[in-house]
Ligand binder design. Sequence first.
Ligand code: CP3
Length: 340
Amino acid sequence: MQERKLNRVLAGETVFPPPIWLMRQAGRYLPEYRETRAKAGGFLDLCYNPDLATEVTLQPIRRFGFDAAILFSDILVIPDALRRNVRFVQGEGPQMDPIAPHEIGGLDPTNADTHLAPVIATVARLRAELPAETALIGFCGAPWTVATYMIAGHGTPDQAPARRFAYAHPEAMDELLALLAEMSVEYLIRQLQAGADCVQIFDSWAGVLDELSFHRFSIAPTRRIVERVRAAVPGVRIIGFPKGAGPLLPAYRTGTGVDAVGLDWSVPFSFAAELQTTGPVQGNLDPLRLIAGGHALDEGIDAILEHLGAGPLVFNLGHGITPDAPIAHVERLVERVRQG
Ligand code: CP3
């Protein structure tokens, strides 16, 4: 079989029309997801149930025929494996026990392999059940982004608790990020060995860091993951998504060594096109254009294809799809991208 379209682009090839998938493509905007989710009980129960996690991963592939499926799980299964009492409270987002600097030395990753085994089982099931042409994406959260939730104990608008922690206790922060990087390496290697075609590292909160902190807390731990995963799985393709990194994107690409860089919707086309001369990019439609539909959607799609379609591009949103996205608009998006 020819290499899957997504992997061809991640290897630097220009494929037009570009392959398309959407961050959070399995989710609450789909009635079939809501139904399976209700059967599972809690959100984490869904993540650790290979039958149901496989089912929700496949739902958007059946409906829209995306070029890639993304493993259904969450970045917060890592703190869950560290027994931080992670819970998803309906309507309130994720919560866990906030960690203090003196507790970091006591974090114990020894049980993580066993804890995460159901997620790896899901990957194997998915590769067996997906259409041959559909790529399978594994993922983890970047250490910085995972740490922001571990420190605050919940989501915040600007991750001030983690930034305060980093300035007041930089060594403790380095230690926490090193542990998370180590665990992520093992986790990604196992996903790749179970059948993932590539992996994405979500650094959703990279954009709150100043330049010094961005190098130390986002780039450095991500580079460690990239180097170690590459050493274990030669030729692996890795997408990095440092949301909000803006002018630091070129430094992120060079510093981490990722193959492709995910762009949020605030990245200007000229900047994105320049970055694309150094390697593949992924993005970057504003998820709210998908909500609006009509002209707002069409002009957003067309502009991305026009400015970035002549180089290696993976079409995606600039962040996750929201629960209020109309299904008809997602259908329109896929159709229009495929028309080129
Ligand atoms: O379809 C996919 O993209 C794969 C599955 C996936 C989920 N979360 C499922 C999910 C992926 C790749 C993630 C990544 C993730 N999780 C990130 C990074 C990407 C981003 O969006 O910034 C982050 C920061 C998280 C942490 C997280 N998980 C938050 C903040 C929330 C609550 C927000 C919300 O939308 O409710 C979650 C819950 C979550 N993860 C849901 C899904 C489908 C919704 C939970 C539900 O069904 O009740």
